[in-house]
Design a protein around this ligand. Structure first.
Ligand SMILES: C[S@@+](CC[C@H](N)C(=O)[O-])C[C@H]1O[C@@H](n2cnc3c(N)ncnc32)[C@H](O)[C@@H]1O
Length: 222
């Protein structure tokens, strides 16, 4: 995959974590790009390219991944909606082999670049994948997802993806900034054979502190 990002004004940031620092290259003016890259689908529904932002949910999930210690070592982990790649990069640092996926090719270019600059790219694959039509033929012990359940029409495809791709004893780790509608997704999970534990943590990004919830999701009979 081509990793030159010259089409964008760039900025970089360092995310400080317990196990070290992650350097990320980001888009400098995400608001402007959000407007430029927004488009309507065939049914007139507005699509906004949220990958142009780093979300606090990815920081919270990265911190949680750090707490897993050696559990990710030599495990192939799937991340959906990876955006700039922070969470997956931290999972790689914990010893995982990562399959980064996102519907947006441009997001994957950034995730690839960021994996390279944090020296974890030897253990990565980057796959353009829409969670409405996933493309794997294996199951995963861990699936990561930071801030992907913000729109209701995403819920059923994501639950179906978990049913199809989460190993019977696997764990899906989701993070989400306590949006009002999120409860609907977790109700749907429960009616589809999953159970979860939730914990909530403060995250400061761009000088603003917000609460992000981490969900550890398993099959009911795991
Ligand atoms: C709110 S952003 C979160 C990005 C990143 N995980 C983070 O927390 O910074 C949602 C991400 O999901 C991706 N996405 C949206 N719809 C998708 C779909 N149908 N299939 C796969 N990825 C999708 C977007 O491109 C974007 O990267």
């Amino acid at each position: 995959m081509k990793t030159e990002l010259q089409d964008y004004p760039l900025t970089s940031t360092i995310i400080k974590l317990k196990t070290g620092r992650v350097q990320l290259t980001l888009i400098k003016e995400p608001d402007w790009f959000l407007e430029q890259l927004s488009r309507e689908d065939s049914e007139g529904k507005l699509y906004l390219p949220y990958w142009t932002y780093l979300w606090e949910s990815s920081i919270a999930l990265a911190r949680h991944v750090e707490t897993l210690g050696t559990r990710l070592k030599n495990t192939t982990v799937l991340e959906i909606g990876c955006g700039f790649g922070l969470t997956g990069i931290v999972a790689c640092k914990m010893g995982a082999r990562l399959i980064f996926t996102d519907a947006e090719r441009e997001a994957l270019r950034f995730a690839h670049h960021n994996a390279e600059q944090n020296s974890v790219h030897q253990h990565t694959d980057f796959v353009q994948m829409d969670w409405n039509s996933p493309c794997f033929n294996s199951k995963f012990r861990y699936i990561l997802a930071a801030d992907v359940i913000y729109e209701e029409h995403h819920w059923q495809p994501i639950v179906t993806l978990l049913q199809d791709y989460l190993d019977p004893n696997g764990v899906a780790l989701f993070s989400e900034p306590n949006r009002n509608n999120a409860i609907g997704f977790f109700k749907l999970l429960k009616t589809n054979g999953f159970t979860y534990q939730k914990s909530t943590h403060p995250v400061t990004l761009d000088k603003q502190t917000s609460q992000v919830s981490i969900y550890t999701i398993r099959r009911v009979n795991a």
